[in-house]
Design a protein around this ligand. Structure first.
Ligand SMILES: NC(=O)c1ccc[n+]([C@@H]2O[C@H](COP(=O)([O-])OP(=O)(O)OC[C@H]3O[C@@H](n4cnc5c(N)ncnc54)[C@H](OP(=O)(O)O)[C@@H]3O)[C@@H](O)[C@H]2O)c1
Length: 255
């Protein structure tokens, strides 16, 4: 099978779904040459599992990146560029995110803004700053067909951000979180429209309800299965899926 991509960047990769992505990417039969595992506090106790993994694999580069902090994102671009030796970045996975259980009656403006900052403004900033490297990767690939091998942005969303199906399981109000993922979905479609001409594929993927700190122990899906599914979906994405809202099994979800 062809490699997923020559280079991949994952945000929020020190725990949960992001950490498992880095783990499975590096264990692939034909792994990416460069795996940029970014997180906001690489040296802290929450970064230990990622540091242990990177110690065993030289293709994992741990890079500091706080998604809503523009100077942190800019600094991370410079580090990524220094590893790529003139090449572009193929695949950018906006995985970092925060939850909030607040309801209409309890939510404070500060919490609403903070969740939107991380889940919506963050991915926009990250894509803006990495766009030159994504465009470079798209130009390096001769084929017109879009793919993660060429250049792609994947935004990790949630089914809770589906207006039509997000209330099938009424877990909790989670007003700020749901609203932020609806916004992220629209941002993905806007990105897809804007970047189509550059040959950059953009899609939004729901990972399932997954056992992580965010998903809690009650979740039915283990993180290994979720990430296996996501990586399978990514390997098969093509031009017809740009702007799509999919789940970890490749099913299309309604907005
Ligand atoms: N788990 C689920 O059931 C589920 C379901 C649907 C969608 N999702 C989505 O999947 C993604 C990953 O979720 P998860 O379950 O792996 O969550 P998690 O276990 O809580 O991990 C969240 C990750 O995001 C990072 N992060 C948070 N704010 C950040 C910021 N401002 N800058 C950089 N990194 C930041 C965290 O870093 P720190 O360690 O520094 O806090 C951590 O690495 C999220 O976008 C989430 O909304 C999850």
């Amino acid at each position: 099978m062809a490699p997923l991509a020559h280079s991949v960047l994952v945000t929020g990769s020190n725990r949960g779904i992001g950490l498992e992505m880095v783990h499975q990417l590096v264990e692939m039969t034909d792994p990416p040459e460069h795996i940029f595992a970014t997180c906001r506090n690489p040296a802290g106790s929450q970064g230990k599992a990622l540091r242990d993994l990177a110690d065993k694999h030289s293709r994992i580069h741990i890079i500091q990146l706080e998604v809503e902090n523009q100077s942190s994102v800019k600094a991370s671009v410079a580090v990524v560029e220094s590893h790529l030796n003139g090449k572009g970045l193929n695949l950018l996975i906006n995985n970092a995110g925060v939850n909030s259980y607040a309801s209409l009656e309890t939510v404070q403006p500060e919490e609403m803004l903070s969740v939107f900052n991380t889940n919506v403004v963050g991915p926009i900033l990250v894509v803006q700053e990495f766009l030159p490297l994504l465009k470079k990767a798209a130009k390096e690939t001769a084929t017109e067909e879009m793919s993660c091998r060429k250049a792609a942005v994947i935004n990790i969303t949630s089914k809770l951000g589906s207006i039509e199906r997000g209330f099938e399981v009424m877990v909790a109000s989670m007003l700020p979180y749901r609203a932020s993922k609806v916004a992220l979905n629209m941002v993905t479609v806007c990105m897809a429209m804007e970047l189509k001409g550059d040959g950059i594929l953009c899609a939004t993927i729901h990972p399932g309800w997954v056992k992580t700190d965010m998903g809690t122990e009650k979740a039915p899906l283990d993180v290994e299965s979720s990430v296996q599914g996501i990586l399978r979906v990514l390997a098969n994405l093509s031009s017809s899926e740009t702007g799509a809202f999919l789940d970890w099994e490749g099913n299309s979800l309604p907005w």
